[in-house]
Design a protein around this ligand. Structure first.
Ligand SMILES: [Zn+2]
Length: 222
């Protein structure tokens, strides 16, 4: 009971802090991009770490090489669309690693959409939050065993992480799509767009999506 309450309070604090930090970035630090992000100038940076979880038998749920197409796609797409360089969270680090830690069942089998928001206040949310590569700026992508009704999930700017299931991790565009959600973008009804819901999405973005992406707290000048 106490643990439940503690997880809930921690999650509320995390989310509140992120809303404040995000607002400061959009209205102050990154105001130039909020207004003129479509100019795609100057080049910005986005730091990412992908953690592959281990299943209950301690096997990685996918191999790091399975994510090569997704990393290449995200690098190319973000440079082309947002003039943003995707980098590892530390210069000496690989982007993709297997997390050498036992993951709870709730993190291995996560819920999508509104269920993910409820989970954020419980065991899974607490596990993801305690394995981030840093608060506010880098994005950590966790590869889990399964996500209910989805291949990837993001709570947008409310968290610093996104999740992928093995299908989503092996698909070229899903990592870039989920990171775009984390940077404030929502689904749009255009098949050629990066924010189209399914795997058949294209890689295009609209001018106003550049403003939103580039003014996110995750997309930095440094
Ligand atoms: Zn989506």
């Amino acid at each position: 009971m106490m643990k439940k309450i503690r997880n809930g309070i921690k999650a509320s604090t995390r989310i509140s802090a992120r809303i404040i930090i995000e607002t400061i970035h959009r209205l102050v630090i990154n105001i130039f991009d909020t207004l003129f992000g479509f100019l795609n100038w100057p080049e910005k940076k986005l730091r990412v770490r992908v953690f592959i979880l281990q299943d209950p038998k301690a096997n990685a749920v996918v191999s790091p090489a399975d994510l090569d197409p997704a990393i290449e796609y995200a690098k190319r797409s973000f440079k082309k669309n947002f003039n943003t360089r995707l980098l590892p969270y530390k210069p000496t680090q690989q982007i993709v690693e297997v997390l050498q830690k036992k993951a709870p069942y709730e993190a291995l089998y996560t819920k999508g959409n509104i269920g993910a928001l409820a989970e954020e206040f419980k065991i899974a949310g607490n596990f993801f939050a305690s394995n981030l590569s840093g608060s506010f700026y880098p994005i950590t992508a966790f590869v889990v065993l399964d996500i209910d009704h989805a291949s990837g999930c993001s709570l947008g700017p409310l968290t610093d992480y996104v999740t992928l299931d093995p299908d989503g991790a092996r698909n070229a565009s899903t990592l870039a799509h989920e990171i775009a959600h984390a940077c404030g973008l929502w689904h749009i009804r255009s098949k050629s767009n990066l924010l189209w819901r399914t795997f058949s999405r294209g890689d295009e973005v609209k001018w106003w999506q550049k403003n939103i992406f580039r003014s996110s707290r995750h997309v930095t000048y440094w």
